[in-house]
Design a protein around this ligand. Sequence first.
Ligand code: SAH
Length: 338
Amino acid sequence: MDKTDILSLTLDELRTKIDEIGEQKFRASQIYDWLHNKRVRDFSEMSNISAQLREKLNKYFWINSIKIKKRLVSDLDNTVKYLYGLYDGEKIETVLMEYKHGNSICISTQVGCKMQCKFCASTKAGYVRDLLPSEMLLQIYESERDSGRKINHVVLMGIGEPLDNFDNVVQFLKLLDEKPDMSLRHISVSTCGLADRIYDLAELKLGITLSVSLHAPTDEIRSEIMPVNKRYNISQLMTACKYYFEKTGRRISYEFALIDGVNDDKATADSLIRLLKGQNCHVNLIPINAIKDGVFSRSKSVEEFKEMLSDGGINATVRRTLGADINAACGQLRRDDQ
Ligand code: SAH
């Protein structure tokens, strides 16, 4: 019999499991408290649980854990970048960032990625496996423990495509939703544009922010830099995004990484304005991080591009660059470690 990954269970699910192994349901809240509030790593540390029950828990469940392999701290802005080792020896990255309103964490959702975006380091070594809900949660727990900071914003923008690991990501969001001090309004899920899954997510009406990595307003440019565009083109993606907004009332945030000579000219700004005109949305301009062996370099006209969008009536901001000295661009640390 396979043991159950206990850290991936919601409290209700844990109650059901505890009942199934013939124990009283109230035990579930005690165990849950040890796991998620006191955050012990072994059943032997659960001191108000009898030795007999602890043995039984060991038989049916396992407690997942992750370990810090590398930690880089920025001298500029306190950004911390972690390389975490997983139970099977795989590695992922997590970035902890400090803002005026608190701490935000950027977590990975897969080991590697299948999406092959040309400018992204995460996809270069290919895809290995999906992360478990517990492994997403542990990126928060371990980073909080190590840094002593309390995290109140979570972005699913690290290694991997969240909507390609749909069920585990949704389960992870349910686990976060159980926390009294965490609001789904403070959580962003970023996707390269898997339109079918955007419809599925809309049905769940979770109250999260959906970020869509658009990066180009025409199929010609987008298919060139993001192969996923050949599966779901811009028109299909926009229809899904509009549906998402209608269903959830949450405006979409479009990510647009400006690449020198590729998508940063006036013609591109004009087509982007035409594409998004009338949509209740926001554009987040990202000065692209050049990656090793990458062919793309950072645009020199980020501010001008922003002005062009604003003049065209599109709400746009430029994302602040954090951790510039520790190479916080996602996927690079894992790649360098191979
Ligand atoms: N797969 C998801 C989430 C991970 S990538 C997605 O595509 O949205 C998170 C964001 O970083 C995406 O907007 C992605 O396009 C962007 N990104 C990837 N590589 C980058 C780079 N080198 N410079 C700037 N942004 C990058």
